[in-house]
Design a protein around this ligand. Sequence first.
Ligand code: 48F
Length: 250
Amino acid sequence: MLREMEISRAIIEAYTGELLESLSLDVAIVGAGPSGMVAGYYLAKNGAKVAIFEKKLSIGGGIWGGAMGFNKIVVQEEAREILDEFGITYKPFGKGLYVADAIETATTIASKAVKAGVKIFNMVEVEDLVVKNDRVAGIVINWTPVLMTGLHVDPLTVEAKFVIDSTGHGAQISQHLVKRGLIEVPGEGPMWAEKGEELTVEHTREIFLGLYVTGMAANAIAGAPRMGPIFGGMFLSGRKAAFEILEKLR
Ligand code: 48F
């Protein structure tokens, strides 16, 4: 017999079990865009306890639309090995550029990350950071619809040894330290693809004890140029953050 109550119980038990299990993490990643999911994959694959919190219903961030809705992305030679690691198909285009399908890229990275052990909590917005003794020690979470509707509902907290701000262009998580006068975020500069790609990886780092930045958030922190629909820098940035954090966790 199909009992509605049993369906509800299955969902609630499975979800709350994973949420309880994720209340204390090695790494809490904020944002399920390319840099966050790639970081999560390498962290989980190498034994870290990691979860991604994504405010939207869908994962993938800026991957889906390619550019202007042409759902293809470009990846440069330096990051080809990451496409290979994930098993994403691509075609060469000119010298040192590869074109991949945006839908295949988003779904494959997400699938590999989840199968590596990353828990993804979608529809959960990170609204603040926990900071103790001058170190980021966790995240403050709430349901996205609660924040969208402006309901006065207090949040919950997840503790983490490291937090990664992978929230893209606005570096939304780092902004919580800006408003407390703890760091400065100049915001990203105008388009310059080559420089932007290079600087994204260079500026992927721990900007405050316990807080890493990846992808476009790393650009915003550094005032580096935006680069449009080329994604190699996002992938390399996620991988760099993962390996630096793994080293520190050891
Ligand atoms: O913007 P996004 O894709 O981040 P990224 O990894 O990649 C940037 C590229 O997609 C593209 C580009 C490069 O060529 O310019 O834009 O830097 O993904 C960021 C994710 O973070 C989520 C947001 O919904 C998106 O899916 N996000 C943002 N703020 C929060 C959040 C928050 N406060 N809590 C939870 N998720």
